[in-house]
Ligand binder design. Structure first.
Ligand code: NDP
Length: 278
């Protein structure tokens, strides 16, 4: 019998850290009969590529931009959180080739915020910037933390309003345009826009972070992102990028596939040390 095959599909995918992270998890948990690769799969090739992957012994997939909604449509069974998000980042292939879809982005973010960064979200005022696929995955788990107020703001305000409507049953969520944020202040600002990927900042007022507030950018890179730098400039007590979330969401996927959750501290430390070393 060959190794169990896992992969991340996305477009672009060249700079994905997922193969490295899952290889470290496999070594750490002694799961030596598995491989994990990255495949560049544009949206129009997704369905065929998944079928090929499954018929060649694939056991599980991660799906990233722009494939999460397609993965949601293709799964024959869904977790409650994937159903709520209408987006899937993890597919589990059953023995008879059926696809189970889950979304581990939200739990990954919450683990990083509450365990790794030791932030208490309950009772606090939180701003979520962006209304794309990532925001869909994290809204439910964020509302589960019972913030005092959660505002979602987006460049295209109609998309924020749609999400506020869809997640209405999960807790108090309000939609605003970026300009309408003037006058509010927040204990935590989460940037789930894709702006950092092009070294840009969402156009937000400068005085919206409370004293001792924190900033969290879902994007990550070798250097601090534009939003992480914004947080530091405006006095955030912590301003960090999404590397920790990336590792945590991967650990949740790994646990679904292999039945064992890796120690994420060790892997986050290693990846941070590597990037600090340049
Ligand atoms: P989408 O393409 O689905 O959504 C992009 C969002 O960003 C939209 O709300 C869009 O606004 C907004 N946006 C893009 N450019 C700008 C800009 N210049 N100014 C203001 N808003 C902007 O992307 P995803 O939701 O999938 O991903 C968002 C980010 O999260 C990416 O950086 C991605 O890498 C990161 N991510 C990180 C993860 C991790 O594990 N750390 C996991 C998942 C995602 P509009 O609607 O107006 O176009």
């Amino acid at each position: 019998m060959g190794d169990d095959k896992y992969a991340v599909f996305g477009h672009p995918i060249k700079h994905s850290q997922s193969p490295r992270i899952h290889t470290l998890f496999a070594q750490q948990t002694h799961q030596l009969n598995m491989t994990y690769s990255a495949q560049d799969v544009p949206a129009e090739e997704f369905e065929l590529s998944v079928k090929d992957f499954v018929s060649n012994g694939g056991r599980g997939l991660n799906c990233t931009v722009p494939l999460k909604e397609l993965a949601y449509s293709m799964a024959s069974e869904l977790s409650a959180r994937a159903m709520l998000a209408k987006a899937v980042n993890t597919l589990v292939v059953s023995d008879d080739g059926q696809l189970y879809g889950d979304n581990t982005d939200g739990i990954g973010l919450i683990q990083d915020l509450t365990l790794n960064l030791q932030l208490d979200l309950g009772g606090h005022d939180i701003l979520l910037l962006g209304a794309g696929g990532a925001s869909r995955g994290i809204l439910g788990p964020l509302l589960d933390q019972s913030p005092n107020r959660l505002i979602i703001a987006n460049r295209t305000v109609a998309k924020a309003e749609t999400l506020a409507f869809e997640f209405n049953d999960c807790g108090a969520l309000h939609a605003r345009s970026l300009a309408d944020l003037k006058g509010y202040t927040f204990d935590l600002i989460i940037n789930a826009t894709a702006a950092s990927l092009s070294n840009e900042l969402p156009d937000i007022p400068r005085d919206i972070l409370n004293k001792h507030g924190c900033c969290y950018d879902l994007a990550y890179g070798c250097e601090p992102t534009a939003f992480v730098r914004w947080g530091l400039e405006y006095g955030a007590s912590k301003s960090v990028d999404g590397l920790g979330m990336l590792v945590e969401q991967a650990a949740e996927a790994f646990a679904l596939w292999r039945g064992v959750r890796p120690d994420t501290f060790e892997v986050i430390d290693l990846l941070n040390a590597e990037r600090n070393a340049g």
